[in-house]
Ligand binder design. Sequence first.
Ligand code: ADP
Length: 492
Amino acid sequence: MPKKSLNILFASSEAVPFIKTGGLADVSGSLPPVLRGLGHDVRLILPAYPEALDRMVRTKEVAQLRLPGHHETVRLLEGTGENGLPVYLVDAPSAFQRGGNPYLGPKGVDWPDNHRRFTLFSRAVTAVGLNHAGLEWKVDIVHTNDWQTGLVPALLNSEWQKPASVFTIHNLSYLGLINYPAFSELYLPADLWRMEGMEFYGNGSFLKAGLAYADQITTVSPTYAKEILTGTFGYGLEGLLQYRSDHLDGILNGIDYDVWNPATDLHLDHRFDVSNLDQRVHNKRALQREFDLPERDNAMLLGYIGRLVDQKGADLILDILPRLHTLGNVQMVFLGSGNQYLEKALREAQFHFPEMVRCRVGYDEGLSHRIEGGCDAFLMPSRFEPCGLNQLYSLRYGCVPVVHATGGLADSVVDVTAETLKNGTATGFSFQNADPDGLWYALRRALVCYQSRPDLWRAIMARGMESDFSWHKSAKQYQQLYYKALGGEPRV
Ligand code: ADP
């Protein structure tokens, strides 16, 4: 018998192709279409940032909402993405019509009214979820993501007739903290401010609200789901997460195989697949030219892409650059932006090692594809990593990942050992201790393999390229979870 088709409202503060600052946008843009492919009516809801308004097609106003604590009437716009995915935009110009980053002002610090902006967004999501927007669409599941939508499960909780709620943790370290005066500006139910609710060591946390009230909690890899139950990774929420562990699952993110496909990728000079890996060297040369590095085929070209924050461990790479330099015949390119001290340190490294290191400070989608398609290996020494997407893109592009074995990195990269080589499962190099020596240990092994065993290196590349990290399997796990949130497996 076929399974019941569900109405799912997928709420996120960013989604490809509308607006992106990190992996949350990739997931929010790529999971809903796959769930639709499974027969569910999934609709995405986002704040109406200028970029999102520009990119939505067939836009029309479908409702006007009056939301507590907000003086403007909020317009609900409906349209579709370029792939036909139905999308709602919450149009509140005073909150979302601003240039730049969705969370940060021009000086790189949080917008001071983020608590008001994302409370407003959460109230709009709740209104649609409760069918209070007059859309004649009865929602079964509201799927919320990270602190920006953490209030939604809390607001739904006090309602009688309500959809089930799922809250996905993409990164537990962003707690969405507010103090009590800020909380009192929000006209939220007063009883949210208690230990069992969103109160968090004297402050409040939007993320904690999601964890406390959602019917089901997920995070983006099985290993991270275990790690966050410990004091090292739990950010003070490990107690609550242990308490709710019967409702906590880890589902590994997939990637969009249409966008990240080296055989069709228009960002690459030369497209390739596992049957014509020789083409890759042309991309490597093009990348060396683009970064103004000496064009050397036999130099091992390493890449890094990511936000420049402590989490990602770019400082560990910077630390081992002098050691790498003594080895010779290695090149390293960085693409990222974030903390000013890390941006400065990258520029200094480029100055000290002009033949070896190049950095591009900024955000550049096309270059991120060219790095994956041209580098020999990809470094991801994250101190913690809920899932991580770049190692998945690297695997797909034959750019062998060198990773700290944590979270989703541990779940997706199979370390090269005598045993994994023998059984043909090895896809990369990993290390246990997130420190420069740990990274050095893994990178040395990778270098030796690259330089002395090209046959083996190719086999590792090929194995990674053939691994399946499409959404197919994970979307089915979400489907199971939605049925669980609804209390069973309803059938039509
Ligand atoms: P996080 O969400 O913690 O930033 P993920 O690895 O899950 O990390 O996802 C990061 C996403 O953002 C990837 O798609 C990555 O390619 C992209 N990205 C990060 N920094 C940049 C950049 N400077 N330029 C282009 N893409 C970037």
